[in-house]
Design a protein around this ligand. Structure first.
Ligand SMILES: [Zn+2]
Length: 186
């Protein structure tokens, strides 16, 4: 079984004709789900017309290509939730699946992510595909089917991670302990 969540970047060029996307050009993203997870490819409009005729059963959406924005450093703090989400996805810890899901819902409300696709797996699992509005990356997230009774606890966990010391667990792992204990752990 592959991991429950993943991030795929938007292509910088058409997967068929390999022309580089121009700013504000329309693109078609399609997802193919297989045993090993899912594949993403992005097409220009002309190639998509041919592609769509040749194949069926695609998950797809149409978007507008935007040149990657240059982010000034001062925006980093505002994007703490996004940074935390990327970190947790990279860590791939199943114990964090509820936190990851809540972060996505949060970022969708903040209009940073947009829901593109909901997919029900044969085993009853529900996958949600979000697209990042600025970067065009697609995030595939397993819906943990949270119960209302769990919600408060998960939200507390998210809040603790957001206000605590992010990257603490991953960045310090495997490094020798310095002479003075870190006060951030208290
Ligand atoms: Zn093309």
């Amino acid at each position: 079984m592959s991991q429950d969540w993943d991030i795929k970047p938007r292509g910088k060029e058409c997967a068929a004709c390999h022309l580089i996307f121009a700013d504000r050009q329309a693109y078609y993203a399609h997802l193919q789900f297989g045993k090993e997870g899912y594949e993403r490819a992005d097409f220009c409009e002309a190639c998509w017309a041919q592609e769509a005729q040749a194949q069926t059963n695609y998950s797809m959406w149409k978007g507008i290509y935007r040149l990657p924005p240059i982010e000034p450093d001062r925006t980093i703090k505002r994007e703490t939730a996004e940074t935390l989400l990327r970190q947790l996805i990279a860590e791939n810890n199943p114990a964090r699946r509820q936190v990851i899901y809540i972060l996505c819902v949060m970022l969708e409300r903040q209009r940073l992510l947009v829901e593109r696709e909901v997919r029900s797996e044969p085993n009853g699992e529900r996958l949600v595909v979000y697209e990042h509005r600025k970067t065009g990356e697609s995030f595939v997230i397993a819906d943990p089917q949270l119960k209302l009774t769990d919600l408060d606890q998960v939200q507390q966990e998210v809040l603790a991670l957001l206000t605590g010391a992010p990257a603490e667990s991953s960045e310090t792992e495997g490094q020798p302990v310095e002479s003075a204990p870190s006060s951030a752990l208290v």
